[in-house]
Design a protein around this ligand. Structure first.
Ligand code: GLA
Length: 335
């Protein structure tokens, strides 16, 4: 669920209210062997986020710190999670927020508790609409990874001998999330460079970043553009591309009429590649969620124990995974 600006203001107001009611709060005392951190994610049921939390927990076991895994599926849940962490004596948290515009409210609450915050995947946006540069972030280089998606689609179109004149694109968009826009923009630009027809690109704006919201957005587009026999599908992640592929199947398109390429390389893609027969889900650009979880937790741990603030922005890269190579890439990326 994503909030509009007024809700962010409401949450900020609540955070201010809390500060007034409980008075000034101080940071917890800390020593190297007494570190607790939260790992809050927007979609706790998705394989990508389960893997990130697993990797952070594992690092904690190795280094001797505790990781508290929490869900933050909306603003209320995130603020409760932060309160919960404070009561457990946590010195900070890693977060992939449910809405990037909650950044100021989240930082406000964290500051009251003296907690350090790093973002992973989705970067906070300030009240000025710009990324909050002072909160260390680790995430995908969205535009470049999007270009990889576009190039992979173009290569597969060529392999299948499709004439771009007669191919439509289902672009599942989420323009409220900057990394999502960067990814679909990168894919679009790469496709156009390969000779794809701009007029053949159709938007399906999704409400969320999951399969069901993508399915709901995609279905009417196929129904409206039944004149196209060949479709390519892309989105910010593979969960959403899978929603598009499922909608294409429901509409009656077969696997050889569809080329869907996602992003992530998580359990959702592995399950699809493991099916006996190929589907329209051709591939996905895999990024190491293991590395995202581990590195963001390591950065926060170092900040807590050594006072070294992590880099403002770390951008990670991806590798194309298809039915042919997915097991190798999975192993290579430690997934
Ligand atoms: C966003 C998406 C996730 C995943 C991460 C990776 O949060 O919703 O599916 O792609 O980015 O950074």
């Amino acid at each position: 669920m994503s909030f509009k600006i007024p809700m962010t203001r409401t949450l900020l107001g609540m955070a201010v209210g809390l500060a007034l009611s409980v008075g000034p709060l101080t940071a917890q005392a800390q020593s190297d062997d007494d570190v607790t951190m939260g790992f809050i994610v927007k979609k706790p049921e998705q394989a990508w986020f389960i893997n990130e939390q697993d990797a952070a927990t594992k690092l904690g076991e190795e280094k001797g710190f505790e990781v508290v895994r929490l869900s933050g599926e909306d603003g209320q849940q995130v603020l409760s999670a932060i309160d919960n962490l404070h009561s457990q004596g946590a010195q900070g948290f890693v977060i992939c927020p449910p809405d990037v515009r909650l950044g100021p409210a989240i930082m406000h609450r964290a500051k009251q508790y003296g907690m350090k915050v790093v973002t992973v995947d989705d970067r906070f946006v300030g009240t000025d609409g710009e990324p909050m540069e002072n909160v260390p972030h680790l995430g995908m280089s969205g535009y470049k990874i999007g270009q990889q998606v576009g190039n992979a689609i173009a290569a597969e179109m060529e392999r299948r001998g499709w004439d771009p004149e007669n191919v439509a694109a289902l672009r599942i968009t989420n323009y409220e999330l900057p990394t999502a826009k960067a990814r679909t923009d990168g894919a679009t630009d790469a496709l156009l460079e390969s000779g794809f027809k701009k007029d053949n690109i159709f938007d399906a704006p999704q409400q969320n970043t999951d399969t069901s919201s993508a399915f709901a957005a995609a279905s009417p587009v196929f129904a409206k553009r039944g004149d196209f026999e060949h479709w390519v599908i892309y989105a910010l992640n593979e969960e959403s591309v899978l929603g598009g592929v499922r909608a294409s199947e429901q509409y009656g398109l077969s696997a050889d009429q569809v080329i869907g390429v996602g992003i992530n390389g998580s359990g959702a893609a592995f399950a699809e590649f493991s099916r006996e027969k190929p589907t329209g889900f051709h591939g996905t650009v895999a990024v190491s969620s293991t590395m995202h979880g581990r590195q963001s937790a390591a950065n926060l741990y170092k900040w807590i124990t050594e006072g070294e603030k992590p880099p403002a922005n770390t951008e990670t890269t991806g590798t194309l995974m298809t039915r042919d190579n997915w097991k190798d890439v999975r192993e290579e990326l430690g997934l």
